[in-house]
Design a protein around this ligand. Structure first.
Ligand code: SF4
Length: 414
């Protein structure tokens, strides 16, 4: 039986400011790419953006571009282009969609911002903290553009983050800065690095405050809002502009809390999302849950751009700590402790695990975690099978049926 009905989801007015921020960001990159000045570095989404920015280069994030390929539903059609080069359909569909788009000579930037092509890199910088796919992805482009790809190779499956972890990563970051000086032609100014790390930490703090507003009942925010609001936290950390736009977003959310306005009308169920979004189904999933009076209001994904360890007085060590403390880098035990805190803080009734077929790195339901967490917390969960970008791996009907049954189960257990 379906309880699905039309339920309104309240849009945030300040989301338009985030859109303007993203437009300015891509247009600035486009100008630099055409002029050859300033230099452009491509960086992984949880890579050392602060060092790059402190060296005066603009930073472009291919993962954000590939998420746009997913959200605009261009990705599925492009993935086979990369498969034909030998990149398996089973590896990261950010990688395959992005390389596929490059091979096809297309980008969503054209339709959205009237930008002809992605910006050309002078250097590519990756951090393997999230996965090995980024290394293959960036190395492919390094060869195409005949520019260096520089990597930070970090620990995975980390339990407690120790001094040994931090020192080994911090030393790599220092070596990276020396290599980057050769590319940028400028020495790294320690005062500028301190300034950028401070801005990055401030951005992280305000992004955390924004996400934490969803602990209010009803929550003023949804996970699906968060996936688009997070743009400045990903591509703009280390800049004043990102902070400015987030101050307005936070103020609007706080006003909503004061007036008791939830993002989803008649919120009855509070849901936590673990894993990647299905980019091509953001709106459909937002409507599906809202139609069942369920608000998916918190996630590990959006929280991944909170870097509370960043410390302007100790830039290299604190960057090493912040980029190793991340959820995706951690052991199952550390992840389970983290999720338990999130469940309590956000007063969660049920968990959705997204088993994203091409991203095992950001999929946490394959080794018994849902069962272990349910036995500790009593909070039930549902695993939905799908993918971040490849819509051939998504069954809308199955997702709908399973989500409806799950919410019905939550209703019956009240
Ligand atoms: S973490 Fe997953 S989605 Fe992100 S780049 Fe790696 S494999 Fe792709």
């Amino acid at each position: 039986m379906s309880n699905l009905k039309e339920t309104s989801i309240r849009k945030l007015e300040t989301a338009a400011e985030v859109s303007h921020f993203m437009a300015d960001y891509y247009l600035e990159l486009d100008r630099a790419s055409k002029d050859g000045n300033p230099k452009i570095a491509w960086c992984t989404s949880v890579g050392p953006a602060e060092i790059l920015r402190a060296m005066g280069v603009l930073v472009y994030f291919p993962e954000t571009h590939s998420a746009m390929l997913g959200a605009t539903r261009m990705a599925t059609d492009l993935i086979p282009e990369a498969n034909a080069l030998g990149y398996s359909p089973e590896i990261c569909s950010y990688l395959t969609a992005d390389i596929g788009a490059f091979l096809r000579g297309t980008t969503p930037l054209t339709r959205i911002y009237n930008i002809e092509s992605i910006p050309k890199p002078d250097v590519l910088v990756f951090n393997t903290n999230q996965c090995r796919d980024v290394q293959d992805w960036f190395n492919w482009y390094a060869e195409k553009f005949n520019v260096p790809a520089l990597g930070v190779y970090t620990h995975r499956n980390v339990g407690d983050v120790t001094e040994a972890h931090i020192t080994s990563v911090a030393m790599q970051l220092q070596a990276l800065a020396v290599d980057l000086e050769k590319v940028s032609g400028k020495a790294l100014d320690p005062a500028e690095l301190t300034r950028v790390v401070k801005l990055s930490r401030d951005c992280s703090d305000i992004w955390k405050k924004i996400l934490d507003t969803a602990s209010a009942t009803p929550a003023p925010l949804t996970f699906f809002d968060g996936t688009t609001l997070m743009g400045p936290a990903v591509v703009g950390r280390g800049t004043q502009k990102a902070l400015d736009v987030y101050k307005n977003v936070l103020a609007e959310l706080e006003r909503r809390i004061e007036t008791g306005g939830g993002a989803v009308d008649g919120e009855r169920f509070r849901i936590y999302w673990d894993g990647m979004p299905v980019w091509g189904r953001l709106s459909a999933h937002a409507k599906l849950f809202a139609g069942l009076n369920a608000n998916v209001l918190a996630s590990t994904y959006c929280n991944s751009w909170i870097f509370s360890a960043l410390d302007p007085d100790d830039p290299f060590n604190s960057m090493a700590k912040a980029y190793t403390e991340l959820f995706i880098v951690r052991s199952d035990q550390a992840k389970e402790e983290y999720i338990q805190n999130m469940l309590k803080f956000f007063k969660i009734d049920g968990i959705i695990y997204h088993d994203s077929k091409t991203c095992p790195n950001n999929t946490n339901c394959r080794y018994g975690m849902p069962q272990r967490l349910e036995s500790i917390t009593g909070i039930p969960s549902l695993t939905i099978h799908g993918d971040l970008n490849d819509l051939r791996l998504v069954s809308d009907e199955q997702t709908k049926t399973n989500v409806e049954a799950f919410i019905e189960q939550l209703e019956e257990s009240r």
